[in-house]
Design a protein around this ligand. Structure first.
Ligand code: ADE
Length: 228
C-alpha cells in the first residue's frame, strides 16, 4: 500500500521509519511519502494559512496549497482515498483501520490551526478523528492511522498475528505471561503450565470476557448483544 502524508511538519514522522513499519517498507509492502505543504505555496513566505472571512482570531488553512498537494499526491497514488484529520471527524476504530487497509492507497492531510477552508472538504473522502480530545495538529493522528492500517496489510505481521487483537470481535485480549514461572512471589496461573490446550483455550476465553466486563463495560454490553 502507498500512503501519502501532507503536512507542514514532515520532520515529525521519524517514528514511521522504525520497527515493523520499517520492515514493511523494506519488504515493499508499504510506501510512505511525505509532502511538505509549504512546497505548494507560491509566495516567498510560503504561507499556508490566512485569516478567517467574517473575522475571528484563528488562522485557516488556505485552499490552494492543499488542492495542489493533493493533486500531486494523486498523480503518484491515483487510487488513494483522501483522509483529513480533524477532531470533528468520525471516530477512528479498528473497523475503520480494516476498511482503510483494503484500499490501494491513502492520502492523509494533517489538519491544523483553527480550521481548514471548508472548500477543501470537496476533495476529501473521509474526515477522521482519533478520539474526543484536541491535539495541536494532525501529525500524531496521521501516524496513528498509518500505524494501525499498516499492521493490517497482509504480510506486514506474521500470519494470523492480528487475528486475536483486542477489538477484533468485541473482547479485549486475555492476559498473557512469560518466563519465569514465579517473579517476586507472583505466580503464572497453573492452567497455563498444564499443557491442556482445550482447558487453556477455555480459560483464556473466560478471562477475555471477564476483563472486558471489568475494563470496558460498553464493549461487554455489545459483546453480549452480538452473542445472543
Ligand atoms: N487534530 C486535533 N485533534 C485531533 C483529533 N483528536 N483527531 C484527529 N485530528 C485532530
Amino acid at each position: 500500500m502507498r500512503i501519502d502524508i501532507i503536512t507542514i511538519f514532515p520532520g515529525m514522522f521519524a517514528p514511521l521509519e522504525q520497527s515493523i513499519l520499517k520492515r514493511a517498507a523494506e519488504k515493499k509492502l508499504l510506501e510512505i511519502k511525505l509532502w511538505d505543504l509549504r512546497d505548494f505555496t507560491q509566495d516567498k513566505h510560503r504561507k499556508v494559512d490566512d485569516t478567517a472571512y467574517g473575522g475571528g482570531k484563528g488562522m485557516v488553512f488556505r485552499c490552494e496549497p492543499v488542492f495542489n498537494a493533493v493533486s500531486r499526491a494523486k498523480n503518484e497514488n491515483p487510487c488513494g482515498k483522501v483522509i483529513i484529520t480533524s477532531p470533528q471527524g468520525s471516530l477512528f476504530t479498528q473497523e475503520a483501520a480494516k476498511k482503510f487497509s483494503r484500499e490501494q492507497g491513502l492520502i492523509i492531510i494533517c489538519g491544523h490551526y483553527e480550521g481548514i477552508d471548508e472548500r477543501v472538504f470537496s476533495i476529501v473522502d473521509y474526515e477522521v478523528s482519533i478520539g474526543d480530545y484536541v491535539l495541536t495538529g494532525g501529525e500524531l493522528p496521521a501516524m496513528v492511522i498509518t500505524d494501525c492500517v499498516a499492521r493490517l496489510i497482509p504480510g506486514v505481521l506474521p500470519k494470523e498475528a492480528s487475528v486475536d487483537d483486542s477489538f477484533n470481535g468485541c473482547l479485549l485480549d486475555w492476559p498473557c505471561y512469560t518466563k519465569p514461572e514465579v517473579f517476586n512471589g507472583l505466580r503464572v496461573p497453573e492452567i497455563l503450565l498444564s499443557g491442556n490446550h482445550k482447558k487453556i483455550a477455555e480459560w483464556r476465553c473466560k478471562q477475555a470476557e471477564e476483563r472486558t466486563r471489568k475494563k470496558r463495560p460498553d464493549l461487554y454490553k455489545k459483546y453480549l448483544k452480538e452473542k445472543s
